[in-house]
Design a protein around this ligand. Structure first.
Ligand SMILES: [Zn+2]
Ligand SMILES: [Zn+2]
Length: 154
């Protein structure tokens, strides 16, 4: 299965898609949740709950606890608004909150830049292999570490 009609959102379009998605989940798009999503989407590399809390605190001019940000990020992951990058122990805004499938992340070991690719035949193969090994409801986490094109050139 390919995703030719698959849309990657950016900027305001991404915010709108995220809000629609969360609302469809029956959750409210509160000011705090919007602020957390804004902050997360502003990072070009995976951000920890602490990083996001810092960014929200700065934007709002008041101290926001990492704990409450962590809970919101967790909610975002559950609602497909954000992804956990497991090997970086961090989060990244999901560029296609309206479409559920397994994302593959390429993470640069030098600068931390994270590129997002979608290849459902690849993740589908992993899913199928896990199922035939007796795993139920497998959730592939595919992350590739290496050196990005920018760092390679230096
Ligand atoms: Zn994806
Ligand atoms: Zn790099």
């Amino acid at each position: 299965m390919t995703h030719h009609d698959h849309q990657l959102h950016q900027g305001d379009a991404l915010k709108d898609a995220a809000r629609d998605r969360l609302t469809k989940e029956g959750e409210q798009w509160t000011e705090m949740r919007a602020a957390v999503f804004d902050a997360l989407a502003g990072f070009d590399k995976p951000a920890s709950a602490y990083d996001v809390a810092e960014a929200v605190s700065k934007a709002q001019g008041r101290r926001v606890a990492a704990n409450s940000v962590y809970r919101i990020l967790d909610l975002f992951v559950g609602a497909n608004l954000a992804r956990r990058v497991e090997s970086a122990n961090a989060y990244i805004a999901n560029q296609h909150p309206d479409c559920l499938h397994d994302c593959i992340f390429l993470i640069c070991d030098t600068c931390g830049q994270t590129v997002h690719i979608d290849d459902d035949s690849l993740s589908g193969g992993v899913r199928k292999a896990a199922k035939s090994a007796g795993f139920s409801a497998p959730r592939p986490v595919i992350e590739v570490r290496g050196t990005c094109g920018d760092c390679e050139g230096e």
